[in-house]
Design a protein around this ligand. Structure first.
Ligand code: ATP
Length: 202
């Protein structure tokens, strides 16, 4: 899976629709301080399912919506779309039915986030799993925030282990294990209830 295009609309300082083509090889983003270079990386992390407002340098998730300036009113929504070249068909099942994959995340004030994959509604969890399995998730070590290297040096071993697990592409497995454990607990509770009913009938 190769990222080929990033589109932003109303996301942070990118109030007007903006398209960034990600060509083969190395892509550099240059510009003066405060022009939005970090916002671009955050858009990438956000469309992959980031849920921590702090990682977006905001107090709440709606802070990613263009907040307005003295000359332009605030927007009511923000949208980021990521185009992925899937011609090698490496996307997991459910996402693997075309050569081009477009994941869109949109947040609307007072409504929240919604995701689409090639125009179809999908769950946040599915998008997070898609990228976690491809080792490029929102927490991927390939996306390095400002100050993150210092954080890493000072991090506790457990936090460092999470980074290695994301790089190894196994963080999706932890989420699945957690969900399986919850299902198991529910099933055990249901079995107890069935035992009670059988006892009453006996
Ligand atoms: P530096 O080189 O200093 O790190 P940068 O190019 O990485 O800067 P960013 O940090 O990406 O720049 O962008 C900061 C700009 O984005 C600021 O001007 C800030 O006002 C603007 N910005 C952030 N969030 C919003 C928002 N919700 N609405 C409008 N503008 C925003």
């Amino acid at each position: 899976m190769r990222f080929s295009k990033l589109r932003l609309n109303g996301f942070k300082s990118f109030v007007d629709p903006t398209e960034l083509v990600i060509a083969d090889g190395l892509t550099g983003v240059v510009g003066p301080n405060g022009c939005g270079k970090s916002n671009l990386l955050e858009a990438l992390r956000w469309v992959m399912g980031e849920t921590r407002a702090k990682a977006m340098r905001g107090g709440g998730m709606e802070d990613v919506i263009f907040a307005g300036t003295s000359s332009r009113p605030a927007r009511n929504f923000a949208e980021v779309s990521l185009q992925i070249d899937n011609s090698e068909r490496l996307a997991p099942s459910g996402f693997n039915d075309s050569d081009l994959l477009e994941i869109v995340r949109r947040i609307t004030r007072d409504v929240g986030s919604a995701y689409k994959s090639n125009g179809k509604d999908v769950r946040a969890r599915d998008v997070q799993m898609l990228f976690a399995d491809a080792s490029t998730g929102a927490h991927s070590p390939a996306l390095v925030r400002q100050g993150q290297i210092a954080e890493l040096i000072n991090a506790k071993p457990k936090a460092r282990r999470r980074i290695l697990e994301e790089a190894a592409g196994i963080s999706g497995l932890y989420q699945r294990r957690h969900e399986a454990e919850l299902k198991l607990k529910n099933t055990e509770a249901n079995l107890l209830r069935v035992d009670d009913v059988i006892e009453q009938l006996a």
